[in-house]
Design a binder for this molecule. Structure first.
Ligand code: AMP
Ligand code: GLY
Length: 424
């Protein structure tokens, strides 16, 4: 099969590698890709948001399936664009209607309320009802959770300890702190517990497959301190995601989500990423995303033992129920090396040297760029994710850390405590 994958992060590098492993992969293109994806296919200098250019490329190369890695093109309606202009091309990812599960937190909360899916108590407000918003805040106990309704590059959630500060931040959000994305703000009850990510692939016909679960580490500092990042590492499996816990996730969250989408006429064909929190053994939804997680994909893809092309095609075509999704029982851990200064400002274009092909570890490139003369440079905040397997989590972590130590560039930083919270 000829496939085009859209995106340029560690997630896309992991998906590209897994597609390339399939005997069914005839041609793989990645747009725009990075310094690592070109090991698994051809990078194409196209923006995933330039739909007419993506379509021209797809038609010129006889591409049969487009896999959308990141949320922006989905929220902007790439699936709908292809349905209209090239209906024979398979697209993995929801249409604009389904992508609203990530594109609008208010829509996601209403959807969960309609289908009795467990989530934090909430209300949504615009500038016109700020007084009602203050009153609602006063009914909650701290900390206060304020969320920009729309996409905000992972930065739209504020968690604030003090009521007066929460009111002030609410005002600033409604005044445009995140542009149009925070014209509506969701205020919700704070949930206390440990988080994990569950990934489901679904086909619009009620068929779904649950992929290996993962836990990511969002803060820049050890012990989960400091600013939020895209994610500094991940592990899979997650020790507290026991069969009993996962059965609750499936019955209370996954099935009502799939059935709810169907009941509302949303033809959802793609990944659903459930950001969950374990509140005293009970799973609750923190958020939906309409794509895979990054860096969770860097542990989920290696643990997926089945053919990824079969699964993606089943989802896009609507017959996923026939296709297996087996998990490798070994533990996987990924450690992200990032640029000095990230998630604040950081330099780009620094040469990366050292051991870039460590034995027993996969280096998934994220923010890297290969120059025409073959030099590898940093080109983003998150640079490389080092993923290893082990018979258990400590062994997987030890291997990934050994590989991370062998990567060299100025200002290299990584967290040394990935996985420690679930081991202690
Ligand atoms: P989100 O962008 O919705 O994933 O939120 C970012 C992070 O904020 C989540 O991963 C959680 O760590 C935290 N968070 C969001 N909502 C809540 C909540 N209701 N209670 C506790 N923590 C939350
Ligand atoms: N690692 C969290 C995310 O991809 O949103």
């Amino acid at each position: 099969m000829k496939i085009l994958l859209l995106g340029s992060g560690g997630r896309e590098c992991a998906i590209a590698r897994k597609i390339r492993k399939s005997p069914r992969c005839e041609e793989l293109y990645i747009a725009p890709g990075n310094g690592g994806t070109c090991s698994y296919g051809s990078n194409v200098p196209l923006s995933p948001l330039d739909f007419p250019a993506v379509l021209d490329f797809v038609l010129a190369k006889d591409i049969e399936m487009v896999v959308v890695g990141n949320e922006d093109p989905l929220v902007a309606g790439i699936r709908d664009f292809f349905a209209e202009n090239a209906p024979k091309v398979l697209v993995v990812g929801p249409g604009k209607d389904g992508a609203a599960l990530e594109g609008s937190k208010d829509f996601a909360k209403r959807f969960m309320a309609r289908h009795n899916i467990p989530t934090a108590r909430y209300q949504s407000f615009t500038k016109d009802d700020i007084d009602k918003a203050y009153t609602f805040l006063e009914t909650l106990t701290p900390p206060y959770v304020l969320k920009a309704d729309g996409l905000a590059a992972g930065k739209g959630v504020l968690i604030i300890d003090n009521l007066d500060e929460a009111k002030k931040s609410l005002r600033e959000m409604l005044d445009g702190m995140f542009g149009a994305s925070s014209a509506t703000v969701v205020i919700e009850e704070f949930l206390s517990g440990i988080e994990c990510s569950v990934f489901v692939l679904t086909d619009g016909n009620g068929g779904y497959r649950i992929l290996p679960e993962a836990k990511d580490y969002k803060r820049i500092g050890e012990g989960d301190t400091g600013l939020n990042t895209g994610g500094m590492g991940a592990i899979s499996p997650v020790p507290f995601a026991t069969p009993e816990f996962m059965a609750k996730v499936e019955e209370r969250i996954i099935k009502p989500t799939i059935e709810g989408l169907k009941a509302e006429g949303i033809d959802y064909r793609g990944f659903i990423f459930l950001g969950l929190i374990n509140v005293k053994g009970e799973p609750m939804v923190i958020e939906y995303n309409v794509r895979m997680g990054d860096p969770e994909t860097e542990v989920v893809m290696p643990r997926l033992a089945s053919d990824l092309i079969d699964l993606l095609e089943g989802a896009a075509r609507g017959d996923l129920a026939e296709i297996p999704a087996e998990a490798d029982p070994r533990a996987a851990a990924t450690v992200m090396v990032v640029s000095g200064g990230y998630p604040g400002s950081y330099p780009k274009g620094l040469p990366i040297t050292g051991n870039l092909y460590p034995q027993g570890t996969i280096l998934y490139h994220a923010g890297t760029k290969l120059t025409p003369n073959g030099t590898l440079l940093t080109s983003g905040g998150r640079v490389i994710a080092a993923t290893s397997f082990g018979k258990d989590l400590p062994e997987a972590l030890a291997r990934s850390y050994r590989a991370v130590e062998g990567i060299e560039y100025d200002g290299k930083y990584y967290r040394r405590d990935i996985g420690q919270d679930v081991l202690s």
